[in-house]
Design a protein around this ligand. Structure first.
Ligand SMILES: Cc1ncc(COP(=O)(O)O)c(C=O)c1O
Length: 443
């Protein structure tokens, strides 16, 4: 079954322009880095299904963990109860962060985990003795923190959220640091974080509840890489002004950059840490917000008005937690080594890719398990809608490669376990497709 148009499905397929004809693939099975459609075509899932399947699809160890958990406990509400899968996972997460945090607050997706971090930050200042309330956040233009109202609100204003701008609670937005194309023409080794000068002025003039940022990589909104210097400076400013520093590691967590978390790669510890995506190896939804002792302590009281009243029905689902525990065990056993090996391979491919493509591409970059570049095409007003993205995506389908370019930004984030043969196929498909755009008569 193939539907030529999303209006023909009972399901409302997301991030899809409903009346624009699009061939939806009917996926019937998945294994490793592959998904198979109902016509028997085997596709390479080159972005790990929105960055979740870090160990590939249906990894036997994750399946076994799930089956084992099913033998005893499926789900129980996590209010008034606790269970071993949640406790085991929480302990494993706190260990993974080298004990920089004291408590794990579970939710089901990245947007919710962000909402929780915002609410915790706001309530922290209310609970903190002798503190004035604070509720405004400092945010960045190219950031993406999710599609629920609060998460949207702290994301950069763009095509995704502009329609809802009347709902925005106060935030102050600054241009995203961009070390690939520094507006000051500086290189990270010789810069004085000029990109944060306006933010520095703002944060010293007014009390903000928090700075919300994706550390080292702005993912969904352009795969922008920036230097850890920015985070060092933000940490300094946050500490100086008593503002909470919130890292959104929904994308960068679980080893994506070669360390368990980007904060460890940068050597900068945030005050609240949010992550999701790869946490269960992509099999079930689970997210968490990590809270350090100094914040948690302000919620410890017999006064019910100091308690944090937030929960989702499926919070701490036992099946998801048992998967998370196994995924972290695998990350420690071999996942991090695999990402580092993948990074080496991606760097080699990036070099030869750049040579072949010449100046038709720019900003070729690799960090951990991320490879990205821009196709030299005029930037669109709403870059996500830049038609070149869809054109490239569709052309790659001929090679059975699943990608979702972000406008003219093309990237891959394969499972850490991807085979050499599949990597080779992805780069062959990219080269052939893009060279074909340049010289259609030849390809
Ligand atoms: C950095 C970041 N934060 C938050 C989210 C939202 O996560 P979810 O889609 O699970 O709500 C995303 C999703 O892509 C993300 O990349």
């Amino acid at each position: 079954m193939r539907n030529e148009n999303p209006v023909n499905t009972y399901t409302w397929v997301p991030l899809t322009i409903q009346d624009e004809s699009e061939t939806l693939l009917n996926i019937v099975s998945a294994e490793k880095e592959f998904v198979t459609d109902s016509d028997g075509n085997v596709w390479i899932d080159a972005i790990s299904s929105w960055w979740t399947m870090i160990f590939g699809h249906r990894h036997p160890r994750l399946l076994l963990a799930l089956q084992n958990q099913l033998q005893s406990l499926d789900h129980v509400m996590l209010a008034g109860n606790i269970h071993e899968p949640a406790e085991n996972l929480s302990k494993a997460i706190l260990d993974l962060t080298e004990s920089n945090f004291a408590k794990v607050f579970y939710s089901d997706n990245g947007s919710n985990a962000i909402e929780i971090s915002l609410k915790l930050a706001i309530q922290y200042y209310q609970n903190l003795p002798n503190s004035k309330p604070r509720s405004e956040f400092l945010v960045f233009s190219n950031s993406y923190h999710g599609d629920s109202i609060g998460a949207m609100n702290v994301s950069g204003q763009n095509y995704f959220n502009r329609i809802f701008s009347e709902l925005r609670f106060p935030t102050k937005e600054f241009p995203a640091p961009n070390c690939m194309n520094c507006p000051w023409g500086k290189k990270p080794d010789h810069c004085s974080t000029e990109c944060l000068s306006d933010l520095e002025l703002a944060i010293k003039q007014k009390d903000f509840a928090g700075i919300v940022i994706e550390p080292l990589v702005f993912g969904a909104n352009g795969m922008l890489f920036y230097d850890k210097k920015v985070l060092v400076k933000l940490r300094e400013l946050a500490t100086y002004t008593g503002t909470l520093l919130i890292f959104d590691e929904v994308f960068t967590g679980m080893g994506k950059l070669g360390e368990p978390f980007a904060f460890q790669k940068a050597g900068v510890v945030p005050d609240l840490l949010v992550f999701a995506k790869g946490l269960t190896g992509g099999i079930l939804p689970l997210a968490c917000t990590l809270v350090p002792k100094f914040i948690y302590e302000t919620f410890r009281s017999k006064d019910p008005y100091k308690a944090f009243f937030h929960a989702h029905t499926m919070t701490g689902n036992a099946l998801a937690c048992s998967l998370g525990y196994e995924a972290i065990t695998m990350l420690n056993e071999f996942g991090l080594t695999q990402v580092k090996e993948l990074e080496k391979k991606l760097k080699q491919y990036a070099e030869s890719f750049q040579k072949k493509m010449g100046n038709s591409i720019e900003n070729v970059r690799v960090m951990g398990g991320i490879f990205a570049f821009e196709w030299k095409e005029p930037v669109a007003n709403d870059e996500y809608l830049n038609p070149i993205g869809k054109q490239i995506r569709n052309s790659l389908r001929k090679f059975l490669i699943l990608l979702r370019p972000l406008g003219r930004t093309i990237y891959i984030t394969p499972p850490y376990t991807i085979s050499d043969a599949s990597l080779e196929k992805i780069f062959f498909a990219l080269e052939t497709t893009l060279l074909g755009f340049l010289e259609p008569e030849k390809y």
